[in-house]
Design a protein around this ligand. Structure first.
Ligand code: UDX
Length: 438
């Protein structure tokens, strides 16, 4: 059992804290947001994440987990995870390091000899070395490790308890050895289950995360570029993805063409990576990521163009139903959500848009109070001239084209995620169009 602090209780930190307690450790989660801490201490989750509420309740019940706004809760604990956000800076590609820097500075006075600070946030390469110096200046007998996190929203609990791999960036020499030993204690359960482990230097550990997210973004934009060619030539990108995906070297996962990637990670991480490479004089190496980003953003514009086409050349005054606002299903996260972006564009261009989502309406309402919201797909689509499926929630995949057809004004549907069966929808008299499909 390790006593630990988890600093930052967002999507990453809150789940990490609860899962660490689940693994038997004694954990205090620290965050500056008093409202969030109050909720978590009551066992209420500040965001929607499948399975999280149950793990949180169990961990609180066990007495091994609590939350605080007071950093002095870190005193006397031996491992301190830094899980705060690194959002994109306003009007810049670079990551905003203010939260990471503030968290580490607040932690410094509470460090004791033998403590280990563990960075989990996604940061520009070079950050760990800089923070390690800071730690060494304050508490020479403490050390720092970099342990990037790869969890996906919607699967955060599963990914934290059963990670694909564990990556440790550690310093050389004796402090690196005990840092590794300490992390091995923290992750004893996944290690015993055979989780692969890569032990490396700080820079490599930081780059693993940037490289993994860049690769995933590239895969999505690659298939979306193929979707553009399919649209131009009358081919079907979903069949194309199936066919190339059978090649084990390529693989079918992350080849779902559609509205492209959003969320709090992929978009800002590839931009921060480009910015950092520029500072290092390696910008040419990542020039392709600019194209990955452009392909991704073009999908949103294409969706609005398609809507205009289907509506006979203009969306002005058209009643449009938007199904799905979260950046992906099983999440209430609307950060850089492609669907919300499309909804907002359509509204700005004069359409009368009614949006819905099984979990994200509240967050969307806060960010876009000018849009109109409904609580169900049927309500959003009542009398609609056009329906857009923009986040592939199961609820929308399973809509019955016949029953749903009774509520709309016109049977016209655009499938932004290639989530529906065109044959079934067309058979029920719908005009069905999708990105990258004839
Ligand atoms: C991602 C990484 O997967 C994760 O490892 C990292 O730790 C954080 O960033 P996440 O942002 O939760 O996780 O979502 P992910 O499942 O990767 O999806 C990202 C976006 O890509 C979503 O908007 C999703 O709709 C889109 N996507 C994904 C596609 O458009 N097509 C696909 O085939 C897969």
């Amino acid at each position: 059992m390790t006593t630990m602090t988890v600093i930052g209780c967002g999507y990453l930190g809150a789940v990490h804290a609860a899962c660490m307690a689940q693994l038997g450790h004694d954990v205090v989660g620290v965050d500056v947001d008093a409202a969030k801490i109050a909720l978590l201490n009551k066992g209420q989750t500040p965001f929607y994440e499948p399975g999280f509420e149950a793990v949180l309740a169990e961990a609180l019940e066990s007495g091994r987990l609590s939350f605080s706004t007071d950093m002095s809760a870190a005193s006397g604990r031996s491992v301190h995870f830094v899980c705060v956000g690194t959002p994109q800076k306003r009007n810049e590609y670079a990551a905003d390091m203010a939260y990471v820097d503030a968290a580490v500075h607040a932690l410094l006075p509470h460090l004791s000899p033998g403590d280990l600070v563990v960075g989990k946030s996604t940061v520009p390469v070079g950050t760990a070395a800089r923070l390690a110096e800071l730690v060494a200046r304050t508490q020479p007998e403490a050390a720092l490790a970099w342990n990037p996190e790869f969890l996906r929203e919607g699967f955060a609990v599963e990914d934290t308890l059963h990670p694909d791999r564990l990556v440790y960036g550690i310093p050389s020499g004796a402090s690196g050895e005990w840092a590794q030993a300490r992390l091995d204690e923290v992750y004893a359960t996944p290690l015993q289950a055979g989780t692969p482990q890569v032990v490396t230097d700080y820079a490599t550990a930081e780059l693993v995360k940037a490289a993994a997210n860049s690769f995933l973004a590239t895969k999505i934009s690659f298939i979306n570029a193929m979707a553009e060619v399919c649209e131009a030539s009358g081919a079907d990108v979903t069949q194309l993805a199936d066919a190339i995906g059978y090649d084990a070297r390529i693989g079918r996962r992350f080849l779902n063409a559609g509205l492209g990637f959003g969320g709090g990670c992929l978009p800002k991480d590839i931009r921060a990576f480009m910015a950092r490479a520029g500072e290092l004089g390696a910008d040419q190496a990542l020039a392709f990521l600019r194209e990955i980003d452009s392909i991704n953003m073009r999908r949103r514009v294409r969706m609005v163009d398609l809507a205009r086409e289907v509506c006979g050349g203009s969306i002005v005054g058209r009643r449009v139903a938007v199904l799905g606002l979260a950046f992906k299903p099983n999440s209430d996260d609307i950060r850089d959500s492609p669907s919300l972006n499309v909804a907002a564009q359509m509204r700005l261009q004069g359409a009368s848009v009614v949006c819905t989502d099984p979990q994200a309406v509240e967050n969307a309402q806060r960010a876009w109070p000018d849009l109109t919201y409904a609580s169900t797909a049927e309500e959003a689509a009542a009398g609609a001239d056009l329906v857009l499926v923009l986040t592939e929630w199961d609820q929308y995949r399973n809509l019955d084209p016949e029953v749903f057809g009774a509520v709309v004004g016109r049977r016209r549907i655009l499938d932004g995620r290639n989530a529906l069966d065109p044959v079934a929808w067309r058979a029920a008299g719908w005009t069905y169009r999708a990105l990258g499909r004839p």
